[in-house]
Design a protein around this ligand. Structure first.
Ligand code: ATP
Ligand code: MG
Ligand code: FE
Length: 339
């Protein structure tokens, strides 16, 4: 039967239903953005409580939209980590209770594996093997993906994740949280050539990133009383530096691994400038690039339901202790058991 997916790792509460034969049947989401905006960042305790308030309604709605009765479900998948532990525990508890009541397997899902598999929900879906650029609020990673659960980490950020760098720089420019999309919007009005920031760590070999210096560079260049044009020019220069850096390392990773396909996933994958530059790179080098739809770049449950379906045979009998973990390296995953 179809798999119900539940996502509560951070500040989005979401539910979705995926069926192996029929595809994605429904997905619902409530974003807590407005709740946390007044604090300039996610407040973990408020996030957990809000997940509790929203999750049951979102599950009911997803099942209704999918036309699936709870008794028809073949398993319940939930994001078990990485993420905020209190927030994860809400999804774990709800998923476990539901799986117990329905007597179906409980399927813990790795949040970054789910991001990584989000492009599989699109047509055409990428075939293995491919390179994955994971760019989210908490991660910046280049991963060689040889198959489900066969992930070799090539490199990652040594400091700020790229989404985090967007958010912190946006804050410097006085933009509301989460600043990434606001900064991108502002950059559209920025002029080329007024500011230029470094492309960090591109002058040495390897696949590591470092983005924390860029926000300092923006801060140093920021006038005491910046005009709207100053801010737009800074946003533009920041976005150019980040996207150039990401595309350069993607190119380097494709060349060194010989991979011919690249997927982009995570919230920063929604960035239009990044998408443009990667598409141009792919065109120039005769490789294929795949993106999830914008709504499946940021946190969502469709990717969790899909990953739950891929890992349905890894499901456990509910009723034991709840599995949720704030830290969980992606390369510790193993291929799913055969279904
Ligand atoms: P993780 O997945 O690493 O646990 P997360 O779940 O918080 O972190 P996502 O939901 O995947 O991260 O992505 C959110 C991040 O994406 C935020 O930092 C946000 O600013 C950034 N982001 C979203 N849209 C854009 C955009 N258009 N341009 C740049 N950044 C963006
Ligand atoms: Mg979020
Ligand atoms: Fe995420």
């Amino acid at each position: 039967g179809p798999i119900l997916g539940i996502e509560t790792s951070c500040d989005e509460t979401a539910a979705a239903v995926y069926d192996g034969a029929r595809g994605l049947l429904a997905h619902t989401l409530y974003s807590q953005v407005r709740l946390h905006a007044q604090y300039g960042g996610v407040v973990p305790e408020l996030a957990s409580r809000d997940h509790v308030r929203r999750i049951n309604g979102l599950i009911r709605l997803a099942l209704q939209q999918a036309g699936v009765e709870p008794a028809q479900l073949g398993g319940v998948a939930y994001t078990a980590g990485p993420g905020l532990i209190g927030a994860l525990m809400v999804g774990a508890a709800v998923a476990s209770g539901l799986a117990s009541a329905l007597d179906v397997p409980l399927i813990p899902v790795h949040h970054m594996e789910a991001h990584l598999l989000a492009p599989m929900l699109e047509t055409p879906a990428p075939a293995f093997p491919f390179l994955a650029l994971l760019v989210s609020g908490g991660h910046t990673q280049l991963v060689a993906v040889h198959g489900h659960g066969v992930y070799a980490l090539l490199g990652e950020s040594l400091d700020d994740a790229v989404g985090e760098a967007f958010d912190k720089t946006a804050k410097l420019l006085g933009l509301p949280y989460p600043g990434g999309p606001h900064l991108a919007k502002l950059a559209e009005h920025g002029r080329d050539g007024r500011f230029r920031f470094p492309r960090p760590m591109t002058d040495r070999p390897g696949f590591e990133f470092s983005f924390s210096g860029l926000k300092t560079a923006v801060l140093s260049a920021l006038p005491v009383q910046p005009s709207d044009q100053d801010k737009a020019d800074l946003a533009h220069a920041f976005q150019e530096a980040v996207t150039d850096t990401l595309v350069l390392k993607v190119g380097r990773a494709l060349e060194s691994t010989g991979l011919r396909r690249v997927i982009v996933a995570g919230g920063v994958g929604a960035n239009q400038r990044l998408r443009e530059k990667l598409a141009a790179y792919a065109e120039r080098h005769g490789v294929q690039v795949y993106f999830p739809r914008l709504a499946f770049c940021t946190d969502n449950a469709a990717m969790v339901a899909y990953t739950g379906w891929v890992r349905r045979a890894d499901g456990v009998a509910p009723g034991g202790s709840l599995f949720a973990t704030p830290r969980w390296p992606l390369d510790q995953l193993r291929p799913p058991r055969a279904a």
